[in-house]
Design a protein around this ligand. Sequence first.
Ligand code: PLP
Length: 391
Amino acid sequence: MLNNMPVINGDPLWALLGRFRADQRKHKIDLLVGVYRDEHGNTPVMKTVQDAEIHLAHEAHSKAYGMLSGNANFNQQMAKFVLGDRPSLNNQCTIQTVGASGALRLIADLIAILSPDSTVWISDPGYINHRPLMEGAGLTVNTYPWQNKNGQLDIDACFAALEKAKAGDVLLLHACCHNPTGIDPSLEQWQRFSDKCKQKNIVPFIDMAYQGFGDDPDTDAAGLRLIIKDSDFAFIAASCSKNMGLYNERTGIATVMTTNHERHADIQTLLETITRANYSMPPNHGAAVASYLLDKPDAWLVELASYRGRVDTIRQALGKALKDRDAPAEFLDISHQKGMFSLLPLTENQMLILQDEFAIYGMPNGRINIAGLKMTEIPQLTDAIMSIISR
Ligand code: PLP
């Protein structure tokens, strides 16, 4: 069998992380992986998560198998958190998944069963794993552009590309904090996406990986809620990885939205059948923690707001430092972007110089994790950028 082993290039992110770890320079900076970091460079367990875990440990009475759909209270609370307390809640079938990645793949498998000829449209640049997740289910993927040269949403190019989408295709959009650009549509632009989906009979598929990291959770969900309100059929993948810091607990949901209530039971069964043939059922711990937090969210929302505040403070300080140094205009939109990521307008070669000469590690496409930066490191990054672009 091993003779048939294909040559595979591993994920560049993990390869770079290996280089970062091996780098002996004391002043090295890791802006690679998309995790929140505090001012000391740690990715802490949230205090509210820890409290929930202590409570759950005391209450635990069994590790017996749960339901195929996972934790029912979690599913209900997450649907409410994402959709808001509104009529669209009646139109959802939700199942617990292995993070948003698991939800993306589960929905891709569902699309492959219901409509195998659908093309899934993803943004370029976009989340590095969208294409493999969709293609892994056998689906065809096409792209629409996202960011223009000035660091803004390239809305005309985006809609021009979507003209080629056919009825039944699927439009995968990031709900907020677009990865890797940090560029989110305005509500007017969300309305345009919604109109386009209706006009061309395209199915919206919204990936909500960062709810509460751009603005408060309801504001971050406003575009998703707008497009859902307007559609008869849609998909959602949502995650607790970032906003609860439950990364390695792999906690998320897949939701199918349809106004056809008669088909809800069939959809739920089909989702469960797909997961049953894959990993049977999702792990409970993360969902139990999330469900506990969502039942009484006040303290967690305050903690989440402090995370969001830190990322935004760093973002604003970096934008200001670049402005003070008269960096070119395309660098200055960093201040207006949202969430953990932005794309530095540097070439792959310049990103390599950033790494080799200045010990600052970002992705080859220019993506940096703003949350990975400490306030004290902003001058080092700004100096490096100014030095590189002045050559
Ligand atoms: N979707 C987007 C846009 C992401 O950026 C990420 C994580 O980086 C994911 C999905 C995956 O999230 P999870 O860790 O919950 O699987």
